[in-house]
Write a protein that binds this ligand. Structure first.
Ligand code: ATP
Ligand code: MG
Length: 332
């Protein structure tokens, strides 16, 4: 057994696997980081004694942290409890209209194609579009008991949208606490069942509601969508910085509307420029997850309630989303 595995075995005698955040070995010194574990002197001492008894270990430190899983908040009770959901990722962008929802919906379907149980939550109080994209626009969520909601079970994913509570023809007058209250209720009072990955389609921008969501929901990572233009990239950087500030890891950046291939002559046109998102991601030390071309089939299918991953499973566009989905699963 490697030294790290031996230390891990010691930790797992006292703590749950999800509470072990990391093990570092520097010379003979072992540093164990625990996350969301209650600080208990007796347990700490027992753990230290066990690790110190291993060959070659001269010093043991145990660090308790709450920062990672709790988005920088100190009180776990403050967090919104979303039952049954193992991993949560946010799909976000600093700028509006870059294809966040299109990406979130297709990515959710692509994750489901990788044999994951997937939920999609539409948190975009400014312009919820998941009901349109999945084809349940105008249908109210169903409640069996008058208190909780049943998620929409369309295509291969479960979903719920703030749009089911909003009259699209009226300007939205929810602000601050009211918007957050509605989001919390929908997220926490939906009977999601057993879900491996929940994808959250975030509202565009980096305002209070986005920050509150990122802090209150135990997010495992954020995916930033950008188009290649400078103006979108500047906002993508803002988005990355917002998540970093609340300790949500960045899973990577996707370049949407990356290039266009002409149906007729095969000519490739970089309408908004190309590779800007990749360069920005690299400059910020973040992963570049991939590029999605600009194509009318992607728009048409999203607008018609049959996202391309569902409508054209064999197309190169679906493949692009699936490649990104695989990278995300590997990172989670
Ligand atoms: N790769 C693509 N190719 C062609 N059209 C696309 C692509 N991605 C998105 N679109 C289209 O661009 C428009 C905006 O996309 P979408 O609604 O997903 O953006 P958004 O970032 O969620 O916007 P908002 O900020 O308003 O929520 C939609 O009509 C969508 O169909
Ligand atoms: Mg959207």
């Amino acid at each position: 057994m490697e030294d790290e595995d031996k230390i891990k075995a010691c930790v797992l005698k006292y703590y749950k696997p999800e509470q072990l955040d990391g093990i570092k070995l520097i010379g003979g010194r072992a540093i164990v980081t625990l996350v969301n574990a209650a600080e208990d002197q007796k347990l700490t001492n027992a753990l230290k004694t066990d690790i110190a008894a291993l060959d070659g270990i001269t010093k043991v430190s145990v660090i308790y942290t709450a920062a990672k899983s709790f988005g920088g908040l100190k009180e776990p009770e403050d967090m919104w409890q979303i039952r049954g959901v193992k991993k949560i990722i946010a799909v976000a962008s600093g700028k509006g209209g870059v294809g966040k929802s299109t990406t979130a919906v297709n990515l959710a379907l692509a994750l489901a194609d990788q044999n994951k149980k997937v939920a999609l939550f539409d948190a975009d109080i400014y312009g919820p579009s998941v009901p349109t994209m999945l084809g349940y626009e105008g249908i109210a969520p169903y409640s069996m008991d008058g208190h909780t909601f049943e998620p929409f079970d369309y295509m291969s994913i479960k979903s719920m949208s703030v749009g089911t509570l909003i009259d699209k023809s009226q300007p939205l007058i929810w602000r601050g606490a009211k918007a957050c209250g509605a989001l919390q209720q929908l997220l926490c009072d939906t009977n999601w069942g057993d879900i491996d990955i929940m994808v959250i389609d975030m509202p565009p921008g980096t305002g209070d509601i986005q920050i509150t969501l990122s802090q209150k929901v135990r997010m495992d990572g954020a995916v930033i969508v950008s188009t290649p233009q400078d103006i979108a990239l500047i906002d993508a950087v803002k988005g990355i910085n917002m998540f970093k500030r609340v300790n949500v890891p960045i899973l990577g950046v996707i370049e949407n509307m990356s290039y266009y291939i002409c149906e007729h002559c095969g000519h490739r046109a970089d309408i908004f420029g190309h590779a800007g998102a990749q360069k920005t991601a690299e400059a910020m030390g973040e992963t570049f997850l991939g590029e999605i071309p600009l194509h009318y089939a992607i728009r048409e299918n999203a607008d018609n309630g049959t996202p391309i991953v569902f409508a054209e499973p064999e197309s190169p566009y679906t493949e692009a989303y699936e490649t990104i989905a695989k990278k995300i699963i590997a990172k989670l």
